[in-house]
Design a protein around this ligand. Structure first.
Ligand SMILES: Nc1ncnc2c1ncn2[C@@H]1O[C@H](COP(=O)(O)OP(=O)(O)OP(=O)(O)O)[C@@H](O)[C@H]1O
Ligand SMILES: [Mg+2]
Length: 221
């Protein structure tokens, strides 16, 4: 079971957006998936209600996280996607503690690059694998936009793993959520849909790498 936590102290960076679109992608690909809405704002819960389907499980709240994850594992969940609030408080730390991988969405801007560092530090303190995903980026024009290049440079200088792709700013990503869908369902084959698919493949590869690393670790006697 792959537990992905979407975390960033910066509000509006795209945590709920990425969790919902990836959830929809997993539903479409028949991957048993549980969404956990650990943010009292309830964005993921609202999207799930608008969706009105039972293809994705939903657990709301931060209580009993360990028990909820154990139950999901027993039920055969392949993916668990946990959305968190924009702060660095105890419930976010607890979610990160349970993560196999933390996705830190980051818009490419000075304030965003600065704000994300508290979340990166939490992941480092808890020794959790993490990756920054550049979200709501200006469209590529052959190569990365200058803003994206700057953001990547800042992450590289801080030795922060950053997904090589990007999620481009696209109204389709907002519009599809308003219809309870993911962009893969709402606008299949669109560039936004391709980007979510490519993020999903990158996550899958990361999990394979993480699992290979942990299975090679010497076992304690
Ligand atoms: N790639 C994108 N293209 C267009 N709009 C986007 C994109 N990513 C996010 N948005 C929009 O930006 C807003 C904030 O996104 P979202 O709610 O996912 O951020 P968040 O990190 O979950 O915020 P919060 O910290 O408040 O929970 C939403 O209106 C969402 O539709
Ligand atoms: Mg949110």
């Amino acid at each position: 079971m792959n537990v992905v936590v979407f975390a960033s102290r910066k509000g509006g960076s795209g945590k709920s957006t990425l969790a919902a679109h990836l959830g929809s992608y997993m539903a479409e690909n028949a991957r048993p998936t549980l969404l956990i809405d650990a943010d009292p704002q309830g964005s993921l819960t609202l999207w799930h209600r608008v969706r009105g389907l039972r293809d994705l499980g939903l657990h709301v709240g931060t209580k009993h996280l360990a028990a909820t994850l154990a139950k999901a594992r027993r039920a055969g969940a392949e993916w668990v996607l946990i959305d968190t609030p924009p702060n660095a408080e105890a419930p976010v730390a607890e979610a990160i503690w349970h993560a196999d991988l933390v996705v830190i969405p980051m818009r490419p801007g000075l304030f965003d690059v600065d704000a994300v560092q508290a979340t990166i530090q939490m992941c480092r303190d808890l020794k959790k694998p993490y990756a920054v995903v550049i979200n709501a980026a200006p469209a590529k024009n052959g190569s990365d936009d200058l803003m994206v290049r700057d953001a990547r440079g800042a992450m590289q200088a801080l030795d922060v793993p950053t997904w090589s792709g990007q999620i481009t700013h696209s109204p389709k990503l907002s519009l599809s959520l308003a219809h309870g869908a993911g962009v893969n369902e709402f606008s299949s084959g669109s560039p936004a849909s391709e980007e979510i698919g490519s993020l999903w493949r990158a996550l899958t590869r990361s999990f394979e790498a993480i699992k290979a690393m942990t299975s090679n670790e010497p076992q304690s006697a």
